[in-house]
Write a protein that binds this ligand. Structure first.
Ligand code: 2U9
Length: 354
């Protein structure tokens, strides 16, 4: 029996060396240590032993069992470690490999120009105001001193939804709303004067035009409004000079020509030095050296009065620009319709700066 046990132990340990997976270790354990295993069989044979032999053999069986269990544990640990190391080796990431480029969209050139303008005006202390595209006739025209018989009010030029609802033809109603809200807020607080304003209103506007290379029935505007005490035309010129130099470059200058708008008096059209020829005269500026980019003026006292600002206490300036016209010149886009047909061959040229 003793020899048998010694052999069993040696054979088991020999076999253990050959096992190379955890699965095989399980089988080995069943063969030698399991309920139907060889050691259990040896234990069963003990009943045939004499009373003297039994404790000796019993102790030996236990010793063999412990030795086998110990060997199994050591082997199991070694196998686990080896498997883990193999997995880690296989899963190693080569961090020096170049990344796979994800297809990225690009910012629409109109949005990009608006965002840049917003950043400039925010830096100058302006706030950004927004409002509805469907407006009342009063907000779009009446409150802006546009008389009932003005050609702009014609059905030919404006999309009317009903007698007194329309698609806004400019973003000015947004500024009108801000002025009236300020007057209302001052009243609520029991203050005698409303707060000054310094806002820009970027957004979509509509005109009843036949679309062609330079006309679109829907386009973007950025308008600005400053109302405070002692606001003068020189403040307007300063703000517009700073803005145009930040958008077009620090070497451009502006000039103001007299013009007429119902909502401003005096009114002016503003030109910048041609950014194509630098003022020399070329095809783009039609040999004048100047390019018209916006309209502006001192807010008409009637407009202030209608909104509830006392024109004796407050003065202000306003300006407006068409975003497409500036974007077309800046990016050399020759047909305004490109902005709205969203041809990826055009749009993908405006990859955002990430
Ligand atoms: C209020 C008072 C006055 C907004 C202004 C212009 C001059 C202007 C045009 C530029 C090209 C429209 O897109 S365009 O066709 N706009 O010339 N807009 S002053 O004046 C305001 C606005 C709000 C309360």
């Amino acid at each position: 029996m003793k020899e048998q046990l010694v052999m069993l132990k040696e054979q088991a340990l020999e076999k253990l060396k050959e096992q190379s997976t955890l699965q095989q270790l399980g089988d080995w354990k069943a063969t030698y240590l399991g309920k139907k295993g060889e050691l259990t069989a040896a234990l069963r044979g003990m009943k045939d032993l004499s009373a003297e032999e039994r404790p000796v053999i019993g102790a030996m069986v236990n010793e063999v069992r412990e030795a086998l269990e110990q060997a199994l544990e050591t082997k199991e640990e070694a196998l686990r470690r080896a498997e883990r190391e193999k997995r880690l080796r296989e899963e190693t990431i080569d961090v020096t490999l170049p990344g796979r480029a994800l297809p990225l969209g690009s910012e629409h050139p109109l949005n990009r120009l608006i965002r840049e303008a917003e950043e400039i005006f925010l830096g100058l202390g302006f706030q950004i105001a927004e409002g509805p595209e469907v407006e009342t006739d009063y907000n779009n025209f009446g409150a802006l001193n546009v008389p009932k018989n003005h050609p702009a009010r014609d059905m030919q030029d404006t999309f009317y939804i009903s007698e007194d609802m329309l698609l806004r033809t400019q973003t000015s109603p947004v500024q009108g709303r801000v002025l009236r809200a300020n007057v209302e807020a001052a009243k609520q607080r029991g203050e005698t004067s409303p707060q000054p304003v310094r806002i820009i209103a970027p957004g979509r506007v509509y005109r009843r035009d036949d679309d062609d290379a330079t006309h679109s029935h829907v386009f973007m505007q950025i308008e600005g409004l400053v109302v405070d005490r002692n606001i003068r035309m020189s403040d307007l010129k300063g703000i517009l000079t700073t803005f145009t130099q930040q958008i077009f470059g620090s070497d451009v200058s502006i000039r103001m020509r007299p013009s007429y708008f119902p909502f401003t008096e005096p009114s002016t059209e503003v030109d910048v030095t041609c950014y194509s020829c630098g003022g020399e005269g070329c095809r783009i500026c039609k040999q004048t050296g100047w390019i018209e980019i916006l309209g502006a003026g001192m807010v008409h006292p009637n407009v202030l009065e209608m909104a509830g600002y006392d024109p004796e206490e407050f003065t202000g300036f306003a300006f407006g620009m068409g975003v497409e016209r500036i974007a077309m010149r800046r990016y050399g886009i020759e047909d305004i319709r490109h902005f709205y047909t969203n041809d990826v061959r055009l749009m993908s040229q405006f990859k955002s700066r990430v």
